[in-house]
Design a protein around this ligand. Structure first.
Ligand SMILES: [Zn+2]
Ligand SMILES: [Zn+2]
Length: 201
């Protein structure tokens, strides 16, 4: 397995602290170098005026201009509502086996607008979605293990069912060492996933 590292890039207005915090969580989780790019990508060319959303495949193309250096997985993070023509929305998209991916915070947010995320719900969801899309860039397909980061999820509540880890099978496929924090145990070793609630009552 060729060594790879992760570059996080802001797409549009995302607070720099969001990416710094994500990098600080992602690096020990993957046991890889994670750095935040200085530049920001302008999402305007990806705006669809009819849907009032942003085309995620256009954002992937923007991330490829210029292409990342060899060994760099470039992940764009945005607050914008992103879509593909056949779907109402997507949480993220990656170039399968390629160097780029996009993850949106828009539909990962808990209900309250401008929620300060005191319980860390948004932070946890973002980490899981970034692991998921990184898995696709490494060539992984969707996985049926309920807690595996490669399980497909269409809505934020499904993201909550996943762990910030790949099952042993997925981790092994992409060469993540078994002692790496994001390389999970076998499905049979696990307790059932917990649903994390941000509200009581
Ligand atoms: Zn996926
Ligand atoms: Zn898996």
């Amino acid at each position: 397995m060729i060594a790879w590292r992760v570059e996080l890039v802001r797409i549009g207005t995302v607070a720099p602290g969001v990416l710094r915090r994500l990098a600080a969580e992602l690096a020990p989780c993957l046991a890889r170098e994670v750095f935040v790019a200085g530049a920001t990508i302008d999402p305007a060319p990806a705006f669809d005026p009819l849907r009032r959303q942003y085309r995620v495949d256009d954002l992937l193309l923007a991330l490829l201009d210029p292409p990342p250096p060899p060994g760099v997985k470039r992940v764009g993070v945005t607050n914008l509502d992103i879509f593909l023509p056949v779907f109402t929305h997507v949480l993220g998209l990656a170039q399968h086996g390629g160097p780029v991916a996009v993850v949106s915070l828009h539909r990962l947010r808990p209900d309250e607008p401008e929620h300060p995320d005191p319980s860390g719900v948004l932070r946890r969801r973002l980490l899981r979605e970034v692991l998921h899309e990184l898995g696709h860039t490494l060539g992984l397909v969707h996985c049926n293990v309920p807690w595996c980061a490669m399980r497909a999820s269409r809505v934020a509540e499904e993201v909550d069912l996943k762990d910030a880890a790949f099952c042993r099978s997925c981790a092994g496929e992409v060469g993540l060492a078994a002692d790496c924090p994001c390389a999970g145990r076998d499905p049979g070793d696990r307790e059932p996933p917990r649903v994390e609630k941000e509200h009581e009552g």
